[in-house]
Design a binder for this molecule. Structure first.
Ligand code: PMP
Length: 278
């Protein structure tokens, strides 16, 4: 059966989605997006995702659709695609206009969404992954979830080219995040993660982990951390909507902790699992 997409306020088969070559998302990457996890057929942390979507839209000056209608449409899309466990991707471009750098107030935004069936990445969550440190050469608005992901794509590829699974980015001596996830280290039994400023995406999963840490009475420091602190950490893990909490067991070929997922990471994974299965 064909996948059902949501496009310009309609539900239609993927094959019938027609993107204009003049869509600003297509030639400028001029648009924003969200990826929301679906567990048991429901959107997880939907409110936080819609708040971030609104914040990004405001920052890049794309007018918002009716958010209540959008949320209802996404839930209907999940139903029509019969997704129990997976994700829903929603993007909104500035609309269609001949190529010109000025903003054009007359172009209505184009909203498109689709679902994916996905299992939780259990193998990676249990065994961990290898990361390579790479200089963070992205722009200064990494807090905005825009379609312009070429920086992230090329930086991830640098890590893959070195045989690692993902990059850990650093800028001016501070570790920021990974190609599509936030980063935490464990030091002296405290969690340390980069502050949610313009240099990282304020991850929804990052926030959930900070909340769970408070419940588990694990102190959290949101501060700049150095590459040396990273390499000397007891534990390192990444967080994202799709990946949840994944241990990083080697960095630049050096084992972190014992080179296996550590107890603090595992405790957080268990707490996260209790939350999503509740
Ligand atoms: N940082 C970047 C660069 C990302 O692309 C993502 C994934 N959206 C994240 C962090 C994690 O954010 P979230 O937990 O909201 O998925």
């Amino acid at each position: 059966m064909s996948e059902v997409y949501y496009f310009r306020n309609e539900f239609l088969p993927k094959e019938d989605v027609r993107i204009s070559p003049e869509d600003r998302g297509y030639y400028f990457g001029d648009g924003i997006y969200e990826v929301i996890r679906v567990y048991k057929g429901r959107m997880f942390e939907a409110k936080a995702h819609f708040e971030r979507f609104k914040r990004t839209a405001l920052a890049v000056r794309i007018p918002l659709p009716d958010m209540g209608e959008l949320e209802a449409a996404l839930q209907e899309l999940i139903r029509q695609n019969a997704v129990e466990e997976g994700s829903v991707y929603v993007q909104m471009t500035r609309g269609t206009a001949p190529r010109a750098h000025n903003l054009n107030a007359d172009t209505p935004p184009v909203v498109m969404a689709y679902c994916q069936k996905l299992s939780r990445p259990v193998d990676k969550m249990e065994k961990g992954i290898a990361a390579a440190t790479v200089p963070d050469t992205r722009w200064q608005h990494c807090d905005l979830k825009t379609l312009n992901l070429l920086g992230n794509v090329l930086l991830k590829q640098k890590a893959l080219d070195q045989g690692a699974d993902d990059c850990i980015l650093h800028r001016d001596g501070s570790v920021t995040e990974c190609s599509s996830s936030n980063l935490f280290i464990v030091r002296d039994n405290r969690l340390v993660t980069h502050p949610a400023d313009n240099l990282i995406l304020p991850g929804i999963t990052r926030n959930v982990v900070i909340r769970l840490a408070a419940e588990l009475e694990l102190p959290v420091e949101e501060r700049a951390l150095t590459v040396d602190e990273l390499l000397g950490a007891q534990e390192v893990f990444l967080t994202s909507t799709v990946q949840e909490i994944v241990p990083i067991v080697t960095v630049d070929g050096k084992a972190i902790g014992g080179g296996t997922p550590g107890p603090v990471t595992q405790k957080l994974q268990q707490a996260f699992e209790r939350l999503i299965l509740a």
